[in-house]
Design a protein around this ligand. Sequence first.
Ligand code: UTP
Length: 457
Amino acid sequence: MTEIPTDLQKRLKAHGQEHVLYGWNELSVIQRTNLVTQLSTLNFRELDELIAKAKVVEPPPKSQVIAPLSVASGEATANERSLGEEALRRGEVAALIVAGGQGSRLGFDKPKGMFPVGPVSGASLFQIHAEKLLATSRRYGKPVLFLVMTSPATDTETRDYFRENQFFGLPESDVIFFEQGTMPAVCAYTGRLLLDDYGTLALSPNGHGGTITALAERCIFRELHTRGVKHIYYFQVDNPLLKLCDPGFIGRHISTQSEASSKVVFKERPEEKVGVFALIDGKCGMIEYSDLPRELSEVRESTGELRFRAGNPAIHLFAVNFLEQITSGDGLPYHIARKAISHFDPEAGVTVTPSSELNGLKFERFIFDALPLAERWLAVETSRAEEFSPLKNGSGADSPETVRAAQSALHSGWLERAGVPTHGHTVEISPLFALDEAELKRKLPSGFTVTGPTLLR
Ligand code: UTP
Protein backbone atom coordinates (compact mmCIF):
# COMPACT_ATOMS: atom_id res chain seq x y z
CA MET A 1 0.00 0.00 0.00
CA THR A 2 1.48 3.37 -1.01
CA GLU A 3 -1.43 5.78 -0.85
CA ILE A 4 -3.84 6.54 1.98
CA PRO A 5 -7.33 5.48 0.83
CA THR A 6 -9.16 8.71 -0.01
CA ASP A 7 -12.34 7.90 1.88
CA LEU A 8 -10.32 7.15 5.01
CA GLN A 9 -8.44 10.40 4.69
CA LYS A 10 -11.75 12.27 4.38
CA ARG A 11 -13.14 10.52 7.45
CA LEU A 12 -10.04 11.32 9.51
CA LYS A 13 -10.29 14.97 8.49
CA ALA A 14 -14.00 15.16 9.28
CA HIS A 15 -13.39 13.76 12.75
CA GLY A 16 -10.24 15.77 13.55
CA GLN A 17 -7.99 12.69 13.66
CA GLU A 18 -5.55 13.30 10.79
CA HIS A 19 -2.57 13.36 13.17
CA VAL A 20 -2.55 9.54 13.16
CA LEU A 21 -1.11 9.70 9.63
CA TYR A 22 1.93 11.59 10.85
CA GLY A 23 5.06 9.94 9.43
CA TRP A 24 3.07 7.97 6.79
CA ASN A 25 5.84 8.39 4.19
CA GLU A 26 8.36 6.76 6.53
CA LEU A 27 6.15 3.75 7.31
CA SER A 28 6.82 0.38 5.67
CA VAL A 29 4.13 -1.21 3.52
CA ILE A 30 3.26 -3.56 6.40
CA GLN A 31 2.98 -0.69 8.88
CA ARG A 32 0.75 1.23 6.48
CA THR A 33 -1.49 -1.76 5.95
CA ASN A 34 -1.73 -2.34 9.71
CA LEU A 35 -2.65 1.27 10.37
CA VAL A 36 -5.34 1.25 7.70
CA THR A 37 -6.71 -2.01 9.15
CA GLN A 38 -6.81 -0.56 12.66
CA LEU A 39 -8.53 2.58 11.44
CA SER A 40 -11.06 0.71 9.37
CA THR A 41 -12.40 -1.05 12.48
CA LEU A 42 -13.17 2.24 14.21
CA ASN A 43 -16.68 3.62 14.44
CA PHE A 44 -15.85 7.33 14.33
CA ARG A 45 -19.42 8.48 14.97
CA GLU A 46 -19.67 6.38 18.11
CA LEU A 47 -16.24 7.57 19.23
CA ASP A 48 -17.21 11.23 18.79
CA GLU A 49 -20.31 10.64 20.90
CA LEU A 50 -18.29 8.99 23.66
CA ILE A 51 -15.69 11.78 23.66
CA ALA A 52 -18.46 14.38 23.84
CA LYS A 53 -20.08 12.47 26.67
CA ALA A 54 -16.81 12.38 28.61
CA LYS A 55 -16.48 16.15 28.35
CA VAL A 56 -19.98 16.93 29.54
CA VAL A 57 -20.20 17.35 33.27
CA GLU A 58 -22.62 14.54 34.04
CA PRO A 59 -26.02 15.73 35.22
CA PRO A 60 -26.98 14.23 38.58
CA PRO A 61 -28.16 10.68 37.93
CA LYS A 62 -31.92 10.21 37.53
CA SER A 63 -33.27 9.26 40.88
CA GLN A 64 -33.49 5.51 40.98
CA VAL A 65 -35.29 3.24 43.34
CA ILE A 66 -32.59 0.98 44.75
CA ALA A 67 -33.58 -1.99 46.89
CA PRO A 68 -31.86 -5.20 47.92
CA LEU A 69 -32.18 -8.05 45.45
CA SER A 70 -33.69 -11.23 46.78
CA VAL A 71 -31.21 -14.07 46.71
CA ALA A 72 -32.14 -17.75 46.66
CA SER A 73 -30.34 -19.60 49.40
CA GLY A 74 -29.67 -23.20 50.29
CA GLU A 75 -28.89 -26.22 48.16
CA ALA A 76 -30.63 -26.96 44.89
CA THR A 77 -33.35 -29.60 45.22
CA ALA A 78 -32.77 -33.10 43.83
CA ASN A 79 -35.16 -32.24 41.04
CA GLU A 80 -33.29 -29.06 40.10
CA ARG A 81 -29.98 -30.89 40.23
CA SER A 82 -31.21 -33.57 37.88
CA LEU A 83 -32.55 -30.91 35.48
CA GLY A 84 -29.02 -29.50 35.38
CA GLU A 85 -27.45 -32.92 34.93
CA GLU A 86 -29.80 -33.74 32.05
CA ALA A 87 -28.88 -30.47 30.34
CA LEU A 88 -25.19 -31.41 30.67
CA ARG A 89 -25.91 -34.91 29.34
CA ARG A 90 -27.59 -33.37 26.31
CA GLY A 91 -24.67 -30.97 25.72
CA GLU A 92 -26.91 -27.93 26.18
CA VAL A 93 -24.42 -25.99 28.31
CA ALA A 94 -21.25 -24.33 27.01
CA ALA A 95 -18.60 -22.82 29.28
CA LEU A 96 -17.33 -19.36 28.39
CA ILE A 97 -14.16 -18.02 29.95
CA VAL A 98 -13.26 -14.36 29.55
CA ALA A 99 -9.50 -14.19 29.24
CA GLY A 100 -8.90 -11.05 27.22
CA GLY A 101 -7.91 -8.71 30.06
CA GLN A 102 -4.44 -7.21 30.28
CA GLY A 103 -3.92 -8.33 33.89
CA SER A 104 -2.01 -5.14 34.60
CA ARG A 105 -2.29 -5.32 38.41
CA LEU A 106 -0.80 -8.83 38.54
CA GLY A 107 2.36 -7.80 36.70
CA PHE A 108 2.80 -11.12 34.87
CA ASP A 109 4.23 -10.93 31.35
CA LYS A 110 1.97 -13.65 29.88
CA PRO A 111 -1.82 -14.02 29.69
CA LYS A 112 -3.20 -14.31 33.24
CA GLY A 113 -4.63 -17.77 32.49
CA MET A 114 -1.06 -19.11 32.25
CA PHE A 115 -0.24 -18.06 35.80
CA PRO A 116 0.66 -21.06 38.03
CA VAL A 117 -1.81 -21.11 40.93
CA GLY A 118 -2.09 -24.80 41.87
CA PRO A 119 -0.87 -24.74 45.50
CA VAL A 120 1.07 -28.01 45.12
CA SER A 121 1.00 -28.81 41.41
CA GLY A 122 1.71 -25.31 40.12
CA ALA A 123 -1.09 -25.90 37.58
CA SER A 124 -2.09 -22.81 35.67
CA LEU A 125 -5.52 -21.19 35.81
CA PHE A 126 -6.22 -22.45 32.28
CA GLN A 127 -5.25 -26.01 33.24
CA ILE A 128 -7.50 -26.00 36.31
CA HIS A 129 -10.51 -24.71 34.35
CA ALA A 130 -9.92 -27.06 31.43
CA GLU A 131 -9.58 -30.08 33.72
CA LYS A 132 -12.84 -29.20 35.45
CA LEU A 133 -14.51 -29.28 32.06
CA LEU A 134 -12.83 -32.54 31.11
CA ALA A 135 -13.98 -34.12 34.39
CA THR A 136 -17.50 -32.75 33.86
CA SER A 137 -17.70 -34.13 30.34
CA ARG A 138 -16.49 -37.55 31.57
CA ARG A 139 -19.08 -37.53 34.34
CA TYR A 140 -22.01 -36.71 32.06
CA GLY A 141 -20.78 -38.53 28.97
CA LYS A 142 -20.98 -35.46 26.73
CA PRO A 143 -18.35 -32.84 25.89
CA VAL A 144 -18.86 -29.36 27.28
CA LEU A 145 -18.06 -26.86 24.56
CA PHE A 146 -15.32 -24.50 25.83
CA LEU A 147 -15.47 -20.94 24.49
CA VAL A 148 -12.28 -19.05 25.23
CA MET A 149 -12.47 -15.31 24.73
CA THR A 150 -9.09 -13.71 24.11
CA SER A 151 -7.99 -10.28 22.95
CA PRO A 152 -5.17 -9.17 20.65
CA ALA A 153 -3.05 -8.91 23.83
CA THR A 154 -3.61 -12.57 24.81
CA ASP A 155 -4.76 -14.46 21.72
CA THR A 156 -1.61 -15.95 20.19
CA GLU A 157 0.00 -16.97 23.47
CA THR A 158 -3.25 -18.48 24.75
CA ARG A 159 -3.82 -20.58 21.62
CA ASP A 160 -0.17 -21.70 21.58
CA TYR A 161 -0.36 -22.61 25.26
CA PHE A 162 -3.43 -24.81 24.78
CA ARG A 163 -1.87 -26.46 21.74
CA GLU A 164 1.46 -27.13 23.53
CA ASN A 165 -0.51 -28.78 26.34
CA GLN A 166 -2.70 -30.88 24.01
CA PHE A 167 -5.73 -28.84 25.10
CA PHE A 168 -5.37 -30.40 28.56
CA GLY A 169 -7.06 -33.54 27.29
CA LEU A 170 -10.11 -31.78 25.79
CA PRO A 171 -10.95 -32.60 22.17
CA GLU A 172 -9.52 -29.74 20.10
CA SER A 173 -12.83 -29.44 18.24
CA ASP A 174 -14.57 -28.61 21.52
CA VAL A 175 -12.38 -25.62 22.30
CA ILE A 176 -13.26 -22.48 20.37
CA PHE A 177 -11.09 -19.40 20.71
CA PHE A 178 -12.54 -16.06 19.72
CA GLU A 179 -11.08 -12.59 19.98
CA GLN A 180 -12.96 -9.74 21.57
CA GLY A 181 -13.00 -6.30 20.02
CA THR A 182 -10.79 -3.37 20.90
CA MET A 183 -11.36 0.32 21.50
CA PRO A 184 -8.89 3.14 20.98
CA ALA A 185 -7.65 5.33 23.82
CA VAL A 186 -8.04 9.06 23.27
CA CYS A 187 -6.53 12.20 24.79
CA ALA A 188 -8.82 13.42 27.57
CA TYR A 189 -8.27 17.07 26.60
CA THR A 190 -8.44 17.04 22.81
CA GLY A 191 -10.26 13.79 21.99
CA ARG A 192 -7.41 12.89 19.60
CA LEU A 193 -6.62 9.22 19.13
CA LEU A 194 -3.53 8.18 21.11
CA LEU A 195 -0.75 6.25 19.39
CA ASP A 196 1.71 3.60 20.58
CA ASP A 197 4.15 4.45 17.80
CA TYR A 198 4.16 6.03 14.34
CA GLY A 199 1.27 4.44 12.52
CA THR A 200 0.05 2.38 15.48
CA LEU A 201 -3.08 3.28 17.44
CA ALA A 202 -3.17 2.66 21.21
CA LEU A 203 -5.90 0.04 21.35
CA SER A 204 -7.08 -1.98 24.32
CA PRO A 205 -9.66 -4.75 24.81
CA ASN A 206 -13.21 -3.36 24.98
CA GLY A 207 -14.07 -4.87 28.39
CA HIS A 208 -15.60 -8.19 29.43
CA GLY A 209 -18.94 -6.89 28.16
CA GLY A 210 -17.36 -7.06 24.70
CA THR A 211 -18.10 -10.78 24.91
CA ILE A 212 -21.63 -10.46 23.61
CA THR A 213 -20.79 -8.53 20.46
CA ALA A 214 -17.78 -10.76 19.86
CA LEU A 215 -20.01 -13.87 20.00
CA ALA A 216 -22.10 -12.40 17.20
CA GLU A 217 -19.22 -11.01 15.14
CA ARG A 218 -17.24 -14.27 15.29
CA CYS A 219 -20.37 -16.27 14.30
CA ILE A 220 -20.31 -18.22 17.57
CA PHE A 221 -24.09 -17.98 18.06
CA ARG A 222 -24.53 -19.91 14.81
CA GLU A 223 -22.17 -22.61 16.09
CA LEU A 224 -24.05 -22.77 19.40
CA HIS A 225 -27.37 -23.28 17.62
CA THR A 226 -25.87 -25.98 15.41
CA ARG A 227 -24.59 -27.83 18.46
CA GLY A 228 -27.85 -27.40 20.39
CA VAL A 229 -26.31 -25.26 23.15
CA LYS A 230 -28.97 -23.31 25.06
CA HIS A 231 -27.10 -21.93 28.07
CA ILE A 232 -23.74 -20.24 28.53
CA TYR A 233 -21.86 -20.69 31.80
CA TYR A 234 -19.87 -17.44 31.97
CA PHE A 235 -16.83 -17.03 34.25
CA GLN A 236 -13.59 -15.09 34.60
CA VAL A 237 -10.16 -16.57 34.08
CA ASP A 238 -8.84 -15.43 37.44
CA ASN A 239 -11.04 -17.46 39.82
CA PRO A 240 -9.82 -21.07 40.14
CA LEU A 241 -12.27 -21.85 42.94
CA LEU A 242 -15.53 -21.74 41.01
CA LYS A 243 -17.71 -24.84 40.69
CA LEU A 244 -17.68 -24.93 36.94
CA CYS A 245 -20.89 -26.19 35.36
CA ASP A 246 -22.51 -26.67 38.78
CA PRO A 247 -25.56 -28.82 37.94
CA GLY A 248 -27.62 -27.43 40.85
CA PHE A 249 -27.14 -23.87 39.57
CA ILE A 250 -27.92 -24.92 36.01
CA GLY A 251 -31.08 -26.71 37.18
CA ARG A 252 -32.29 -23.67 39.12
CA HIS A 253 -31.62 -21.46 36.10
CA ILE A 254 -33.64 -23.82 33.89
CA SER A 255 -36.53 -24.40 36.29
CA THR A 256 -37.07 -20.64 36.76
CA GLN A 257 -36.73 -20.06 32.99
CA SER A 258 -34.28 -17.36 33.88
CA GLU A 259 -32.53 -15.42 31.11
CA ALA A 260 -29.66 -14.40 33.37
CA SER A 261 -28.71 -16.16 36.60
CA SER A 262 -25.90 -15.10 38.87
CA LYS A 263 -24.07 -16.52 41.84
CA VAL A 264 -23.81 -14.24 44.83
CA VAL A 265 -21.27 -14.09 47.65
CA PHE A 266 -22.37 -12.14 50.70
CA LYS A 267 -20.30 -9.17 51.81
CA GLU A 268 -19.58 -8.95 55.51
CA ARG A 269 -17.83 -5.59 55.63
CA PRO A 270 -19.00 -2.42 53.84
CA GLU A 271 -15.51 -1.70 52.52
CA GLU A 272 -15.07 -5.05 50.72
CA LYS A 273 -14.14 -4.25 47.13
CA VAL A 274 -16.81 -6.20 45.31
CA GLY A 275 -19.73 -4.90 43.25
CA VAL A 276 -23.20 -5.62 44.64
CA PHE A 277 -26.38 -6.81 43.01
CA ALA A 278 -29.45 -4.67 43.69
CA LEU A 279 -32.95 -4.21 42.43
CA ILE A 280 -32.71 -0.98 40.45
CA ASP A 281 -36.03 0.45 39.29
CA GLY A 282 -37.46 -3.04 39.58
CA LYS A 283 -34.75 -4.75 37.49
CA CYS A 284 -31.77 -6.84 38.49
CA GLY A 285 -28.66 -4.68 38.32
CA MET A 286 -25.13 -4.33 39.61
CA ILE A 287 -23.56 -1.38 41.40
CA GLU A 288 -19.78 -1.22 41.33
CA TYR A 289 -18.20 -0.90 44.75
CA SER A 290 -16.85 2.54 43.88
CA ASP A 291 -20.37 3.71 42.92
CA LEU A 292 -22.27 2.43 45.96
CA PRO A 293 -22.89 5.47 48.16
CA ARG A 294 -21.30 5.03 51.57
CA GLU A 295 -24.57 5.54 53.39
CA LEU A 296 -26.10 2.64 51.44
CA SER A 297 -23.06 0.40 51.80
CA GLU A 298 -23.17 0.72 55.59
CA VAL A 299 -26.90 0.16 56.21
CA ARG A 300 -27.55 -2.98 58.25
CA GLU A 301 -30.72 -5.00 58.65
CA SER A 302 -32.11 -5.75 62.12
CA THR A 303 -30.26 -9.09 61.83
CA GLY A 304 -26.98 -7.18 61.67
CA GLU A 305 -26.36 -8.19 58.05
CA LEU A 306 -25.51 -5.51 55.49
CA ARG A 307 -28.58 -4.56 53.47
CA PHE A 308 -26.61 -4.39 50.21
CA ARG A 309 -24.48 -7.47 50.69
CA ALA A 310 -25.13 -9.45 47.50
CA GLY A 311 -21.56 -9.39 46.14
CA ASN A 312 -20.80 -10.30 42.54
CA PRO A 313 -18.19 -13.04 41.92
CA ALA A 314 -18.86 -12.76 38.15
CA ILE A 315 -20.30 -16.24 37.68
CA HIS A 316 -23.35 -16.10 35.43
CA LEU A 317 -25.55 -18.39 33.38
CA PHE A 318 -27.10 -16.80 30.33
CA ALA A 319 -29.73 -18.12 27.97
CA VAL A 320 -28.15 -18.11 24.50
CA ASN A 321 -31.26 -16.51 22.96
CA PHE A 322 -31.15 -13.70 25.51
CA LEU A 323 -27.53 -12.80 24.68
CA GLU A 324 -28.26 -13.00 21.00
CA GLN A 325 -31.18 -10.57 21.34
CA ILE A 326 -28.86 -8.00 22.92
CA THR A 327 -26.72 -7.96 19.80
CA SER A 328 -29.68 -7.00 17.64
CA GLY A 329 -29.64 -3.51 19.21
CA ASP A 330 -26.73 -1.21 20.03
CA GLY A 331 -25.13 -3.76 22.36
CA LEU A 332 -24.11 -2.86 25.89
CA PRO A 333 -23.22 0.75 26.73
CA TYR A 334 -19.61 1.89 27.08
CA HIS A 335 -18.24 3.05 30.44
CA ILE A 336 -15.70 5.84 30.17
CA ALA A 337 -12.66 5.70 32.44
CA ARG A 338 -10.09 8.47 32.79
CA LYS A 339 -6.64 6.93 33.17
CA ALA A 340 -2.93 7.75 33.01
CA ILE A 341 -1.92 6.39 29.58
CA SER A 342 1.60 6.25 28.17
CA HIS A 343 1.58 7.10 24.48
CA PHE A 344 3.68 8.21 21.56
CA ASP A 345 3.63 11.85 20.47
CA PRO A 346 4.21 11.67 16.69
CA GLU A 347 4.92 15.36 16.21
CA ALA A 348 7.65 15.40 18.91
CA GLY A 349 8.74 11.82 18.18
CA VAL A 350 8.80 10.89 21.89
CA THR A 351 6.94 8.57 24.25
CA VAL A 352 5.02 10.46 26.93
CA THR A 353 4.62 8.71 30.28
CA PRO A 354 2.32 10.60 32.62
CA SER A 355 3.31 10.19 36.26
CA SER A 356 -0.16 10.42 37.72
CA GLU A 357 -2.02 12.80 35.41
CA LEU A 358 -5.18 11.18 34.07
CA ASN A 359 -4.47 12.22 30.50
CA GLY A 360 -6.48 9.67 28.56
CA LEU A 361 -9.89 8.10 28.14
CA LYS A 362 -10.58 4.38 27.78
CA PHE A 363 -13.89 2.83 26.84
CA GLU A 364 -15.10 -0.51 28.16
CA ARG A 365 -18.26 -2.59 28.21
CA PHE A 366 -19.20 -4.55 31.32
CA ILE A 367 -21.01 -7.88 31.23
CA PHE A 368 -23.25 -7.00 34.15
CA ASP A 369 -24.96 -4.32 32.06
CA ALA A 370 -26.75 -7.26 30.44
CA LEU A 371 -28.54 -8.08 33.70
CA PRO A 372 -31.20 -5.31 33.67
CA LEU A 373 -32.16 -6.37 30.15
CA ALA A 374 -33.36 -9.74 31.42
CA GLU A 375 -37.10 -10.20 31.92
CA ARG A 376 -36.48 -13.13 34.25
CA TRP A 377 -33.43 -13.40 36.48
CA LEU A 378 -32.19 -15.40 39.39
CA ALA A 379 -29.57 -14.79 42.06
CA VAL A 380 -28.25 -17.76 44.01
CA GLU A 381 -26.15 -17.65 47.16
CA THR A 382 -22.77 -19.33 47.30
CA SER A 383 -19.90 -18.95 49.72
CA ARG A 384 -16.65 -17.16 49.15
CA ALA A 385 -14.67 -20.03 50.70
CA GLU A 386 -16.21 -22.46 48.20
CA GLU A 387 -16.35 -20.42 45.03
CA PHE A 388 -14.55 -17.12 44.95
CA SER A 389 -10.88 -16.30 45.23
CA PRO A 390 -9.82 -14.09 42.33
CA LEU A 391 -6.23 -13.48 41.29
CA LYS A 392 -5.86 -9.74 40.79
CA ASN A 393 -2.67 -8.44 42.43
CA GLY A 394 0.98 -9.41 42.61
CA SER A 395 0.91 -9.33 46.42
CA GLY A 396 -1.45 -8.62 49.32
CA ALA A 397 -5.19 -9.21 48.87
CA ASP A 398 -6.28 -11.39 45.94
CA SER A 399 -2.71 -12.39 45.14
CA PRO A 400 -1.07 -15.73 44.24
CA GLU A 401 -0.56 -16.36 47.95
CA THR A 402 -4.23 -15.89 48.91
CA VAL A 403 -5.51 -17.79 45.87
CA ARG A 404 -3.27 -20.81 46.60
CA ALA A 405 -4.25 -20.72 50.29
CA ALA A 406 -7.98 -20.61 49.39
CA GLN A 407 -7.69 -23.72 47.19
CA SER A 408 -5.73 -25.58 49.84
CA ALA A 409 -8.27 -24.58 52.53
CA LEU A 410 -11.19 -25.78 50.38
CA HIS A 411 -9.56 -29.12 49.62
CA SER A 412 -8.38 -29.52 53.19
CA GLY A 413 -12.01 -29.17 54.31
CA TRP A 414 -13.05 -31.92 51.87
CA LEU A 415 -10.35 -34.24 53.21
CA GLU A 416 -11.00 -33.48 56.88
CA ARG A 417 -14.72 -34.17 56.47
CA ALA A 418 -13.81 -37.42 54.74
CA GLY A 419 -11.92 -38.33 57.90
CA VAL A 420 -8.39 -37.47 56.76
CA PRO A 421 -6.61 -34.93 58.99
CA THR A 422 -4.36 -32.61 56.99
CA HIS A 423 -2.30 -31.26 59.92
CA GLY A 424 -2.07 -27.83 58.32
CA HIS A 425 -0.22 -29.16 55.24
CA THR A 426 -0.88 -27.64 51.83
CA VAL A 427 -3.16 -29.92 49.84
CA GLU A 428 -4.58 -29.90 46.34
CA ILE A 429 -7.10 -32.14 44.65
CA SER A 430 -7.01 -32.17 40.89
CA PRO A 431 -10.44 -31.90 39.23
CA LEU A 432 -9.47 -35.09 37.40
CA PHE A 433 -9.35 -36.91 40.75
CA ALA A 434 -12.51 -35.39 42.25
CA LEU A 435 -14.73 -32.54 41.14
CA ASP A 436 -16.42 -32.23 44.53
CA GLU A 437 -16.45 -33.43 48.08
CA ALA A 438 -18.81 -36.35 47.43
CA GLU A 439 -16.60 -37.69 44.65
CA LEU A 440 -13.51 -37.35 46.82
CA LYS A 441 -15.17 -39.40 49.58
CA ARG A 442 -15.98 -42.18 47.11
CA LYS A 443 -12.49 -42.27 45.61
CA LEU A 444 -10.22 -41.85 48.63
CA PRO A 445 -8.04 -44.93 49.03
CA SER A 446 -8.58 -46.47 52.44
CA GLY A 447 -5.91 -45.63 55.00
CA PHE A 448 -4.96 -42.48 53.09
CA THR A 449 -2.95 -40.03 55.21
CA VAL A 450 -1.46 -36.59 54.74
CA THR A 451 2.06 -36.18 56.03
CA GLY A 452 3.30 -33.28 53.93
CA PRO A 453 2.23 -31.16 50.92
CA THR A 454 -0.14 -33.44 49.03
CA LEU A 455 -1.51 -33.56 45.52
CA LEU A 456 -4.29 -35.99 44.65
CA ARG A 457 -4.36 -36.50 40.93
P1 UTP B 1 -10.41 -7.39 35.37
O1 UTP B 1 -11.31 -6.25 35.26
O2 UTP B 1 -10.07 -7.87 36.73
O3 UTP B 1 -9.11 -7.07 34.53
O4 UTP B 1 -11.01 -8.57 34.51
P2 UTP B 1 -7.77 -7.88 34.35
O5 UTP B 1 -7.33 -7.69 32.95
O6 UTP B 1 -7.90 -9.31 34.78
O7 UTP B 1 -6.79 -7.18 35.36
P3 UTP B 1 -6.33 -5.63 35.49
O8 UTP B 1 -7.54 -4.84 35.85
O9 UTP B 1 -5.71 -5.22 34.17
O10 UTP B 1 -5.32 -5.72 36.58
C1 UTP B 1 -11.89 -9.51 35.00
C2 UTP B 1 -12.02 -10.60 33.96
O11 UTP B 1 -12.50 -10.08 32.74
C3 UTP B 1 -11.60 -10.40 31.69
C4 UTP B 1 -10.27 -10.65 32.35
O12 UTP B 1 -9.43 -11.45 31.53
C5 UTP B 1 -10.71 -11.32 33.63
O13 UTP B 1 -11.05 -12.67 33.39
N1 UTP B 1 -11.57 -9.27 30.74
C6 UTP B 1 -11.41 -8.00 31.19
C7 UTP B 1 -11.66 -9.54 29.40
O14 UTP B 1 -11.78 -10.72 28.98
N2 UTP B 1 -11.63 -8.51 28.53
C8 UTP B 1 -11.50 -7.23 28.93
O15 UTP B 1 -11.47 -6.32 28.08
C9 UTP B 1 -11.40 -6.97 30.30
